[in-house]
Design a protein around this ligand. Structure first.
Ligand code: MLT
Length: 409
């Protein structure tokens, strides 16, 4: 008889966003007239920009013509997109990345979930608390975390981030092999400074740690005191793998396109102590388990780097950033304490009084029909916080703030 992978039985509850969706469905079934505003999951609402859809239309026509039709594409992504990424995202920052180091995929979630396959089960991982749940859950599934006691996994090193440490985690004091960092951060909407990231890179080098750097929200950065890519930091090529996405940058949440950069210098050790470059292993993994992102989608992603694509997607980012400002300033105007929302599309709200995250979630849903994300769903240190996203429409964002202003906390 087949045996189940019991690591799955160690997962805590259901995936956070599935739990929220269930609660909202139940509420709406009980209140069919409710006009619900969704500021929960970080999903974009603006359509794909014209530069992207025009490129996709053209690619559809190519696929419908015998002379230009394409079957399986390269598992790593078409060179036209990999080159556009290198030229568009890295060259302007003065960073040399070769196209063999860029792997196009169908999502940063997919990549951060899958990358852990390259590491043996006994690696120790460190994650921030709160954290994007995929880093943790994918390691739970792989058996790297042990069991959870009161929501804390025995083998995971947690790096608390909260207002008291300015959302900048301390270095782990125990041995770790892999660290996940996300900046601009999901869920807190805060960024790590350039100086702090330089310290992290140095720490990882000194301690032979692989750094998983998730920069899916880099397009939202306006401060100059941070980095858009970890490779802006000297030495990062030796320790860091970077994850980027077209989802939030160009509205691809439903169309799916992202990429990971795996520099040739990033290594992990074999049992006998030799260094093994991770790039060829990731290449092998992708070739074996992935058949690439559809041609039509990759042509759409390539168009993001054209002057029109840059301009149009830039306008969409500015729109969401303005939503973030409206939420942040609206909440502050009624005396609430908020973080994030300046270099990121997420606002991290301190719950008023002694309310728990889920209590505030329920209150917002039941009294003003707003869907949010409870901070505790991202980890124990998220308790007492709540996340709102700036990805709603302008109209809904304004209405949501007006509604929240009617509440008495
Ligand atoms: C979120 O709401 O945290 C995002 O939608 C997560 C994601 O991009 O997968």
């Amino acid at each position: 008889m087949a045996q189940v992978n019991e690591n799955y039985l160690n997962l805590q509850g259901s995936y956070l966003f599935a739990t929220i969706a269930r609660k909202v469905t139940e509420y709406s079934a009980a209140h069919p007239e409710a006009d619900i505003i969704r500021l929960g999951i970080g999903d974009v609402t603006l359509p794909l920009v014209p530069a992207v859809t025009e490129a996709m239309h053209k690619a559809v026509d190519e696929m419908g013509n015998a002379d230009t039709f394409r079957g399986y594409g390269p598992e790593q992504g078409y060179d036209f997109l990999r080159q556009a990424i290198v030229d568009g995202d890295y060259k302007p920052l003065g960073i040399a990345i070769s196209i063999d180091e860029v792997f196009v995929s169908d999502g940063a979630k997919t990549d951060v979930g899958n990358i852990q396959e390259l590491f043996s089960e006994d690696n120790v991982i460190a994650i921030t608390d709160p954290v994007y749940p995929v880093y943790l859950d994918s390691n739970v599934m792989a058996g790297r975390t042990g069991k959870a006691v009161n929501g804390i996994f025995e083998k995971v090193v947690y790096l608390p981030t909260h207002a008291e440490n300015n959302f900048s985690p301390e270095f782990p004091t125990e041995h770790v092999d892999i660290v996940y960092l996300c900046s601009p951060n999901n869920p807190t909407g805060t960024v790590l400074s350039r100086a702090r990231l330089a310290e992290w890179v140095a720490f990882c080098k000194e301690n032979d740690i692989v750094l998983m750097f998730d920069s899916a929200y880099e397009a939202f950065i306006s401060d100059t005191d941070t980095v858009r890519s970890i490779y802006e930091i000297e030495g990062a090529r030796e320790v860091a793998i970077e994850f980027r996405s077209f989802s939030k940058t160009a509205g691809f949440t439903g169309t799916r396109c992202a990429y990971a950069v795996v520099p040739n210098e990033v290594t992990a050790k074999t049992k006998s102590g030799e260094r093994q470059s991770l790039n060829p292993l990731w290449n092998r993994r992708q070739c074996t388990k992935f058949n690439g992102v559809p041609y039509i989608i990759q042509r759409g992603a390539e168009a993001v780097y054209t002057p029109e694509g840059r301009k149009q997607t830039g306008e969409a980012i500015a729109y969401y950033k303005e939503n973030a400002r409206i939420i942040k300033e609206g909440l502050e105007s009624i005396g609430l304490t908020v973080y994030g929302g300046v270099n990121a599309p997420y606002i991290w709200l301190k719950t008023p009084g002694n309310m728990t995250s889920w209590e505030l979630f329920d209150l917002l849903l039941e009294q003003v029909q707003i869907v949010s994300t409870p901070g505790s769903g991202f980890g124990p240190c998220g308790e007492g916080y709540l996340r709102l996203t700036a990805f709603g429409s302008r109209e809904n964002t304004l209405r949501a703030i007006d509604r929240i202003k009617t509440l008495k906390f």
